[in-house]
Design a protein around this ligand. Structure first.
Ligand code: FMN
Length: 377
């Protein structure tokens, strides 16, 4: 039986000290130019006892900027900033992947280069909100902008962008990359059979076409970094960010899992339900109830590690999920915010601190970010 505190080798390449993954979480603490900074180094360094940290969603290009103050990895300054983070995590014995992100239509002209329209799979606007400058110039939640449909050559160009950013991730000291195919951003916009009505090789009814963009990006990352350093996050049944319910979601998931197996990627990171809204209690979010049937099917075709994330709050729940034999690693998001020493707390059954949601995404620097103490007995 696998224990939550057993080590795990990802793809014969990256040794994790335990089965606990810190899930990617946007915290909007960057400096000017979307550059990661020392404060972020401290934050991630404090949490390095996780077996694996997946750093927050990170823009692959200026066109991907859907939320103010989120980091990028396409400029030298950003890569140098990330060095502060990766060095700190490695110094403290941890491993860290970066989540490579393109928001697609989940953006707004006020955040886009030269005020241009967000990039979309089609011209259909998201019925959702982004964090951007409103008409009054102030930052806040405003409706997503009207997207412009990407041309075929632009999609191909984005494959090149992700390839370069995988190389940038290595330069910045990351142990690997996670391609963000979840939560209603660009890859999910392409994979969704209702939304993707394109008629080129990246669209339409065929699952091969809808997943082509994601798989080309993954293939390129594998070529640059090696399969053991590449993971993919998916939310196959998620509806976050205005994603329509998709009758073909399961078929798409199974096809992608098979193709990721062919490419040999290290892990598949699944978030099952809706991403929780900031106002949802951790305990209300019950996706830690595994879908055994579905996971057994994925397991059959995908031999890499499976990370299951969402709603875990204690050692018992996480261990129960591992005991099912259907998953290999357990993702914890919100519990890592208030508990930098979450691994020790889970191990010893120490109480968890609930972070204040008002500090999840904020400019208020260390408040609610790096100011949580380790548990003292
Ligand atoms: C503040 C916050 C920021 C998040 N940012 C991201 C992100 O950048 N990328 C992503 O894939 N998911 C993001 N998520 C979703 C989490 O990774 C995770 O899937 C979700 O919180 C459920 O796990 P939990 O119940 O352990 O919190 C975010 C969640 C929160 C609460």
């Amino acid at each position: 039986m696998i224990d939550l505190f057993d080590s795990k080798v990802l793809g014969d390449t990256v040794l994790l000290n335990n089965r606990i993954v810190m899930a990617p979480m946007t915290r909007t603490r960057t400096s000017e130019g979307d550059v990661p900074n020392e404060l972020m180094g401290t934050y991630y360094g404090q949490r390095a006892s996780a077996g694996l940290i997946v750093a927050e969603a990170t823009d692959v290009a200026p066109s991907s900027n859907g939320y103010a103050m989120t980091p990028g990895i396409y400029t030298q300054a950003q890569q140098q900033g990330w060095r502060l983070v990766t060095d700190e995590v490695h110094k403290n014995g941890g491993k860290i992947f970066v989540q490579l992100w393109h928001v697609g239509r989940m953006a707004h002209p006020s955040l886009m280069p030269n005020g241009e329209a967000p990039w979309g799979v089609t011209e259909e606007k998201a019925d959702s909100q982004v964090f951007a400058h409103g008409p009054d110039g102030k930052l806040g939640h405003i409706p997503a902008g009207q997207p412009r449909r990407l041309r075929t050559d632009e999609v191909l160009g984005l494959v090149g962008t992700f390839t370069q950013d995988s190389i940038n991730a290595r330069k910045a000291g990351f142990d690997g990359v996670e391609i963000h195919g979840a939560n209603g951003y660009l890859f999910e916009q392409f994979m969704n059979s209702v939304l993707n009505t394109r008629t080129d090789c990246y669209g339409g009814a065929s699952v091969e076409n809808r997943t082509r963009f994601l798989l080309e990006v993954v293939e390129a990352a594998v070529r640059e970094l090696g399969p053991g350093r590449v993971g993919v996050r998916l939310s196959p049944f998620g509806r976050f960010n205005g994603i329509p319910a998709d009758p073909l979601a399961e078929e798409t998931l199974m096809y992608v899992a098979e193709q990721l197996a062919r490419l040999g990627v290290a892990y598949l990171h699944l978030v099952y339900e809706l991403m929780p809204e900031a106002n949802m209690e951790v305990a209300e979010f019950k996706s830690n109830h595994l879908d055994h049937e579905l996971l057994a099917r994925v397991r059959k075709v995908f031999p890499g590690a499976i990370i299951w994330c969402g709603g875990f709050v204690d050692r018992e729940g996480a261990q129960e999920a591992l005991d099912s034999g259907l998953v290999d690693l357990i993702g914890f998001g919100r519990p890592f915010i208030g508990n930098p020493d979450l691994v020790a707390r889970l191990k010893h059954g120490w109480p968890l601190v609930e972070a204040d949601r008002a500090t999840y995404y904020t400019r208020r620097g260390e408040v609610g970010y790096t100011d949580f103490a380790e548990y003292s007995v």
